[in-house]
Write a protein that binds this ligand. Structure first.
Ligand SMILES: Cc1cc2nc3c(=O)[nH]c(=O)nc-3n(C[C@H](O)[C@H](O)[C@H](O)COP(=O)(O)O)c2cc1C
Length: 201
């Protein structure tokens, strides 16, 4: 099956370190792998409205929600390229994930069944030298993948503050070369041993 990578860019500035690092990793993908890049700043989602327990659920067909939903459903591999903001995901990425909670409840979408078995990856740039400060972002993506029954390829981390700084992080550039070639195991919650069901977020 042809793999289709969707790169979602979540920075609040263009041409930032996160995108530079994601592009370095993407350069290594084989030519027959499709790549689609969507910048969430250019396609902002509306504020998420929690209608999960109302009956009127409709598939968003138009606008940025329709575009992002369609792109998400079509991707075999979803790459969240979010800078580290306050030790976690950027607001545009967080809002996109919040919309998943609506799409999960939309009749006829089969959102969870479609994403199940597909792969979630992360790329992030951070100013801090000590990478463990990004653990909340990594945990957020890992647990989201586990909830969805997805595979999780981990997070490619790069250091930088000003745009372009990450190109001086030689370790990150080295990891970028093999990042997408690595095995992505089925995601598990940290507590999981037996695959117990989780409550709906
Ligand atoms: C709103 C905001 C919050 C940030 N929070 C953190 C943080 O918690 N930890 C950190 O190491 N760097 C933090 N930074 C620095 C960015 O992660 C860093 O500049 C990164 O290179 C930005 O990625 P970009 O170039 O792709 O936009 C923050 C920057 C902004 C604008």
């Amino acid at each position: 099956m042809t793999r289709r990578f969707l790169f979602l860019l979540g920075s609040s500035r263009p041409d930032g370190n996160t995108e530079l690092l994601a592009r370095r990793a993407a350069e290594q993908l084989p030519a027959d792998v499709e790549q689609r890049w969507i910048d969430l700043a250019e396609h902002p989602l509306p504020e998420f409205e929690d209608l999960r327990h109302d009956s009127d659920h409709r598939r968003p067909a138009e606008g940025n929600a329709g575009l992002l939903l369609g792109a998400t459903l079509a991707a075999t591999d979803l790459v969240i390229a979010s800078p580290l903001y306050w030790y976690s995901l950027s607001a545009p990425v967080k809002r996109y994930l919040d919309h998943w909670s609506g799409w999960l409840r939309t009749p006829g979408l089969e959102f969870k069944a479609t994403l199940s078995g597909r792969t979630l990856w992360g790329v992030t740039a951070l100013a801090h030298e000590e990478q463990e400060v990004a653990d909340p972002l990594i945990g957020s993506l890992n647990n989201s993948a586990a909830y969805m029954g997805m595979r999780f390829g981990g997070v490619l981390l790069g250091n930088g503050s000003r745009p372009g700084d990450v190109l001086k992080d030689t370790e990150a550039l080295k990891r970028a070369k093999t990042f997408f070639a690595e095995e992505a195991p089925l995601a598990r919650f940290p507590y999981e041993r037996t695959g117990a069901a989780a409550p709906t977020p």
